[in-house]
Design a protein around this ligand. Sequence first.
Ligand code: NAD
Length: 483
Amino acid sequence: MSPAEAAEKLTLRTDFSLLIDGQSVGAAAQLDVINPATGEVFARCPAAGKAELDRAVAAARRAASSWSELSFEDRTTAIQRMANVLKANADMLAELLTREQGKPVQQSKDEINRAATLTEGMLKIRFATETLVDDAEKRIELRYAPLGVAGIITPWNAPINLAIGPLVSALYTGNTVVLKPSPYTPLSTLKIGELIRDVLPCGVVNFIAGGDQLGQWMTEHPGIDKISFTGSVATGKKVMASAAATLKRVTLELGGNDAAIVLDDVDPKTVAPKLFFAGFVNSGQVCMAIKRIYAHEKIYDALCEALAEEARKWKVGDGLDPATKLGPIQNRMQYDKVRDVIEDTKKAGGKFLAGSEQPKGPGYFVNPAIVTGLEESNRLVREEQFGPIVPVLKFSDVNDALRRANDTRYGLSGSVWSRDPERAAAVAAKLEVGTAWVNQHRATAANVPFGGAKESGIGRTYSELGLKAYMEPRVVSILKTPV
Ligand code: NAD
């Protein structure tokens, strides 16, 4: 270890603050943040309690009326300044994101730049008052009014991207925000809060880090009108139950078990790198990662071999090393779960074409694994593994593949792959999901709604549909007869 590396190891970063009512503030309690590449605490940030939450909600409520009265154009100008801040600080934020989350630094940069691009895309969507009836007797208008204060709760796999969708949706539609990142990855979000402190009026955005209980308090808080939650199905159900007490609106973006169905006419060598990327980028810790591959028997062996070949090419390591393509699993709990899934899969008779050997640590590293020889009932097929291990299952009849792909309580997304896109589209339309792709996977855009069917969520993010979830429809019905 060089002297510079040794010095850095000793220095705990503590330059983080909460953003409440336009002020950077501390808190009595602190959160330790671990770098998953080393398994060691490298930073500490303030942890909000009930008092900080109350102050943040009060500030958001105070700011709500003047923010809601601004035109879309004025809000666009302010939010565009936020996107500019993201772009201008992408390098600094990317390094911090990699240290706390683990992903390779280029992917961290991509996440930040994509957040800015999505922001700009959402700012192009316009809402006009809709006229439902306009005759001699009456005019009936459908308007949309902001809900008030949005509480946003985010997970650890893509902290910036998953904050920006709901944050911009809420702000652009005239709401103010209290946002809580995951306790595993609070730092890049807090740093953005610090950078945008003077870009938006006081109280319009409030960023508070804290543990799971802070999330629960947000769902219970009478001063919050809507919860936008991105995370696991289990926690999503708790959020919905808790929000019911105050009838808060909810948008739930939850887990998935995405299937990719590969038809008999593909070239395995062409398709394998695309499937691999969609399954393994961010070490499989992506809600819409490919988590099961159904391959036609005609191309099955060749595809499995091409996927295993791909797995052997992707270097696992510290995300700060430019050669790394797969970083560590983000936290100890998830690492233990993935290692457990690997052991269960071995016990169930799964054949590992790649990834049978696993690193010992330190750091939460897992080598990418391609597994064959499994049944539908095996844990790796049924559960959301959220790690770099994907089963490849054989089919001979496409209707059987569809039935197996749909035989799950998850319904986030899925894809179908073929030399004939229209043939694939006919199959894709039968997937019981929020998004079905053809010859691609993980493609989202600001003007296309994204969200889950079944237990993968409620509501959509992005597009006019997603933005309207932050607004209350309001009918204004005018009888033209003077009284
Ligand atoms: P998680 O559910 O454990 O935590 C998510 C957030 O909820 C964290 O900020 C956490 O502190 C908070 N939280 C925990 N308990 C809470 C409670 N009772 N009330 C309110 N908030 C609470 O999820 P995670 O492990 O951080 O994230 C991984 C999961 O997120 C995976 O299942 C993944 O598929 C899913 N995810 C979904 C999407 C999507 O868009 N559909 C995107 C990314 C991740």
